[in-house]
Design a protein around this ligand. Structure first.
Ligand code: AMP
Ligand code: TRP
Length: 355
């Protein structure tokens, strides 16, 4: 039996402006993977309803994330770019996964705990079931690889758990229909319908930290705009934020081990390394022994060089919403066809009547 065909899937929520963390943790990897893989990139609008149902600018936000995808260099003709709600098979499979996954799995998710806060009883049911829809996003294409930032690791583990339980619960039907693919699970060889998806998290910075506090991740929701570099920031704003970034008083170390216990230095060196496409050791070979007052202008210059063209391209693309909607419509058409192929078999495996 053949192996699962390698396929990359990832999603970004249309909430708030994208920042450097999203760029280095996600977009930059999305772009690189296009060379080696077939890729599907999705603006997950249904996910954005889980925390707040009513948005006054959902459509604009969806277009803005799409513009960021395109401006970063994602090619919507060679690959697929679309918004989640246009392919209803995601929601259909999510319902089935709601019946596969256990409430206990969902209750353990740190993102749920963080977002629900103290009053968990009052969180939306959608917020609790969020990872089930995320598993459906991925598995409706039987995607094998998912580039994400470090914060999504737990959700990817849950996606594997859902796939494994489905494969196991329906192993008899899968064998009967001959729709499984042989794969290794630990020592065992099993025949499963869904792949056990691998997260692609590695890179010089798996978690970009706040510029104001090296112990907090860079985030859309941080009240201080100085904590993050937005993809839409102009050159002045980028330089100012880097200049004001928190640091410690020591010079930069000459070796990577010397970054240990220095979160702000680690973060800025990681950002430099990811933007320049060189290792942290190479960055420190150049800057070891130098003060932050030397390093920060170099980092600011690099960040402006890499990010300004993206901001310019985003502005250009955003000026033509009809074009963006056309990209999403075309992507959805192609995605729907793939998703429906999977769902036909899923319905058959489960015993739901219909085509
Ligand atoms: P979000 O904006 O939270 O929907 O995240 C979109 C993508 O960016 C996901 O793959 C996240 O893992 C990634 N991401 C968000 N914040 C960061 C960060 N500070 N560092 C690295 N990756 C991040
Ligand atoms: N949960 C992801 C985030 O907050 C977004 C997301 C939804 C996603 N579905 C996905 C990421 C599928 C990767 C694959 O960033």
């Amino acid at each position: 039996m053949s192996e699962f065909k390698e396929l990359v899937f990832s999603g970004v929520q249309p909430t708030g402006n994208l920042h450097l963390g999203n760029y280095l943790g996600a977009l930059q990897k999305f772009v690189a993977l296009q060379e080696s893989h077939e890729c599907i990139y999705c603006v997950v609008d249904l996910h954005s309803l889980t925390a707040t149902l009513v948005h006054d600018d959902l459509a604009e936000q969806t277009r803005s994330i799409t513009a960021a995808f395109l401006a970063s260099g994602i090619d919507p003709r060679k690959h697929i770019v679309f918004n989640q709600s246009q392919v209803m098979q995601h929601a259909e499979l999510a319902w089935i996964f709601n019946c596969v996954a256990r409430i206990g799995w969902m209750n353990r998710m740190t993102q749920f705990k963080d977002k629900a806060g103290k009053d968990r009883e009052n969180a939306s049911l959608g917020l609790l079931a969020y990872p089930s829809l995320m598993a459906a996003d991925i598995l409706v294409y039987r995607a094998t690889h998912v580039p994400v930032g470090d914060d999504q690791k737990q959700h990817l583990e849950l996606t594997r758990d859902v796939a494994q339980k489905f494969n196991n619960d329906f192993s008899g039907r899968i064998a009967e229909l001959g729709c499984g693919v042989e794969m290794e699970v630990g020592e065992e060889k099993v025949n499963g319908f869904f792949p056990l998806t691998e997260p692609l998290i590695e890179g010089p910075v798996t978690r970009v930290m706040s510029l104001r506090d090296g112990s907090k991740k860079m985030s859309k929701s941080d009240p201080s705009d100085l904590s993050r570099i937005n993809l839409t920031d102009d050159a002045d704003a980028i330089s100012r934020k880097i200049k004001k970034a928190k640091t410690d008083p020591e010079a930069l170390p000459s070796e990577v081990a010397g970054l240990e216990g220095r979160p702000e230095a680690q973060n800025l060196v990681g950002i430099y390394s990811a933007l320049a496409g060189v290792s942290r050791a190479d960055v420190l070979a150049d800057f070891g022994g130098r003060q932050f007052s030397d390093f920060k202008p170099a980092l600011a210059e690099l960040a402006v060089e890499k990010l300004s063209p993206i901001a310019g391209e985003m502005r250009r693309i955003s000026a033509d919403p009809a074009y963006i909607d056309g990209v999403l419509r075309d992507g959805a058409l192609r995605a729907r066809e793939k998703a429906e192929t999977t769902m036909k078999t899923v319905r058959e495996i489960i015993g739901l009547i219909g085509g």
